[in-house]
Ligand binder design. Structure first.
Ligand code: ADP
Length: 161
């Protein structure tokens, strides 16, 4: 399998599964979640209404609406509270849940944003290290990290070395 790093908007890059950094209520939000719902259209939220929510560290699947993908995996990363609340394991688990969904659905490509490092405040260098370590283990042929800003890109680039 291959892991690639891109700078850009995750809603614009065609893959089979796009990962969203969702919140546990699955009712939409800002950041990448807002961008995904805006670009994907209302069908994604319609499908999410079937779920009661999603625990931190796991993920649920919907179709991708108008996005250039088949699926969206809505992953819930932890809010960073200093690092002693099991955040590292919860973040790893959020990535793992998406890989498991992708493997079960037989997707050939998957894209990830930098889960938890925006509004949820996870330190980027540490989050990047965890993301890369987990994503390296997948059998999905192509995994992309689609990163929105240069600072975060540097952290993922360092973690991939
Ligand atoms: P969280 O609540 O999990 O921290 P955020 O959406 O606030 O999620 O931020 C996660 C990361 O997603 C941040 O690095 C943010 O800059 C980035 N991001 C925001 N919009 C997009 C987008 N359209 N494509 C890719 N990444 C994005």
């Amino acid at each position: 399998m291959a892991i690639e790093l891109r700078l850009g908007d995750i809603t614009k890059i065609p893959v089979e599964a796009i990962v969203n950094a969702a919140n546990s209520g699955l009712r939409g939000g800002g950041g990448v979640d807002g961008a995904i719902h805006r670009a994907g259209g209302p069908s994604i939220m319609q499908e999410l209404r079937a779920y009661k929510g999603c625990p931190t560290g796991s993920a649920v699947v919907t179709g991708a609406g108008l996005l250039p993908a088949k699926y969206v995996f809505h992953a819930v990363g932890p809010v960073y509270m200093g690092g002693r609340g099991g955040e590292a394991e919860l973040l790893a688990s959020a990535y793992r849940s998406c890989l498991r969904l992708g493997e079960e659905l037989g997707v050939k490509s998957i894209s990830f944003p930098s889960i938890s490092t925006g509004a949820y405040g996870y330190p980027v260098a540490e989050a990047a290290r965890i993301a890369v370590e987990v994503v390296k283990t997948t059998s999905i042929p192509l995994a992309l990290f689609v990163i929105f800003d240069e600072q975060t890109l540097k952290a993922y680039s360092a973690a991939l070395e």
